[in-house]
Design a protein around this ligand. Structure first.
Ligand SMILES: Nc1ncnc2c1ncn2[C@@H]1O[C@H](COP(=O)(O)OP(=O)(O)O)[C@@H](O)[C@H]1O
Ligand SMILES: CC(=O)OP(=O)(O)O
Ligand SMILES: [Mg+2]
Length: 375
């Protein structure tokens, strides 16, 4: 039995997975980590709760798999965690300040509680590591880029790998489909996947580029940053603003899409603007990735917003009928499992695919253990 820990910026999810049996034995989520009055002051406290819930001393555990958001230039696949690996994950903290520290806290805690078990790191960046150079490269001075390691990595790769595979299977094109995956959670990204390979993704060197997110702005003219610094903000203040007080939260004061949508319905102008900017950016990326892929077989919505908000799907895809994208209004409001929500005559299939990062991490963890044993 494998324990999977998915430490996010504000939540810790876990799953106990038995890959030989009925797969998901137990799962849970500690949310609102670090928010005042949530009763969960930090990630250590959240992990303590998880440890209480899963009986960490169980003899049935064979390994622990961890989501790690940034693998830097070092990791293009899952690895057994050693002190050396931990050091690399620490080195990548400045590139994913909301995520890597939380991932490290999870690793440290489970290594302390179960030093006897193999632990595996599964990186968000790994799936995107085979992106073509044209998509991975920022058009800046090549020497500067090389010296400082400036390049695009992409994130949400574990989710995107899982969802693109399920979506391709759903339409009877396993391993061959062209898929646009829209992972819309607190962080959000779009990816273009062709025959199982990522050919472009919206997040970049850090998880700040691309779509509008709960607290991050997505695409932003870099000139804005220099303007703010010249006006007197420090680089740390700008970075903190862009990580914590931008996106839906920056525009409306709320980062939770459910609250934003309720406020839009109640006629709130700030929420309406935040929602409009969010949807507009998403439409732009869908258009861009249709062009990148040429032919799109399926658009897959996932993540908390993508899976649950029929309204976001409807608003974002409205008017795209000339591009062969037509939702079925009734299917779009259906609510269970992986499902097709496009009309029968839609050239492009639109699907909702609940992501399962934890199952994918368990499989990758199992794969690393099998390879380690056979070596
Ligand atoms: N029914 C819903 N309608 C709109 N948004 C929803 C709904 N359910 C969940 N969400 C949104 O999903 C987001 C969280 O997604 P999730 O994938 O769980 O986040 P993360 O894994 O990044 O912490 C929140 O913004 C939440 O408001
Ligand atoms: C990479 C990233 O943004 O992850 P999350 O959506 O879990 O915050
Ligand atoms: Mg997530």
């Amino acid at each position: 039995m494998i324990l999977v820990i998915n430490s996010g910026s504000s939540s810790v999810k876990y799953q106990l997975v038995d890959l030989d049996g009925p797969t998901r034995i137990k799962s849970g989520k500690v949310e609102r980590v670090g928010e005042p009055d949530s009763g969960v002051p930090d990630h250590e406290a959240a992990l303590q709760r998880v440890a209480d819930e899963v009986s960490m001393d169980s003899g049935d555990l064979t390994a622990i798999g961890h989501r790690v958001v940034h693998g830097g230039p070092w990791f293009t696949g899952p690895v057994l965690i050693t002190d050396e690996v931990v050091k690399r994950i620490e080195e990548a903290v400045p590139l994913a300040p909301l995520h890597n520290p939380a991932n490290l806290a999870g690793i440290e805690e489970t290594r302390r509680l179960r030093p006897d078990l193999p632990q595996v790191a599964v990186f968000d960046t790994a799936f995107h590591s085979t992106m073509p150079d044209a998509a991975r490269t920022y058009a800046i001075d090549r020497e500067v880029a090389e010296r400082y390691g400036v390049r695009r990595y992409g994130f949400h790769g574990t989710s995107t790998a899982y969802v693109s595979r399920v979506a391709a299977e759903m339409i009877g094109r396993p391993g061959t489909a062209n898929v646009i995956v829209l992972h819309l959670g607190n962080g959000a990204s779009a990816s273009a996947v062709s025959a199982g390979r990522c050919v472009d993704t919206s997040m970049g060197m850090t998880p700040m580029e691309g779509l509008v997110m709960g607290t991050r702005p997505g695409d932003l003219d870099p000139g804005v940053i220099f303007h703010l610094i010249r006006e007197g903000m420090t680089p740390d203040e700008v970075e903190s603003m862009l990580n914590h007080r931008a996106g839906l939260h920056g525009l409306s004061g709320d980062n939770d899409m459910r609250t934003v949508i309720e406020r839009v319905a109640a006629g709130d102008a700030d929420a309406a603007l935040a929602y409009a900017v969010y949807c507009h950016r998403l439409r732009k990326y869908i258009g861009a990735y249709c062009a990148v892929l040429g032919t799109v077989h399926v658009i897959a919505f996932t993540g908390g917003v993508g899976e649950n908000s029929a309204q976001v799907r409807r608003n974002v895809l409205a008017g795209l009928e000339p591009m062969g994208i037509r939702l079925d209004p009734l299917r779009n409001v259906s609510v269970t499992g992986a499902r097709v929500v496009s009309a029968g005559d839609s050239a492009v299939t639109v699907a909702v695919v609940p992501t399962d990062e934890e199952l994918e991490i368990a499989r990758e963890t199992d794969g690393v253990l099998a390879r380690t044993k056979s070596e």
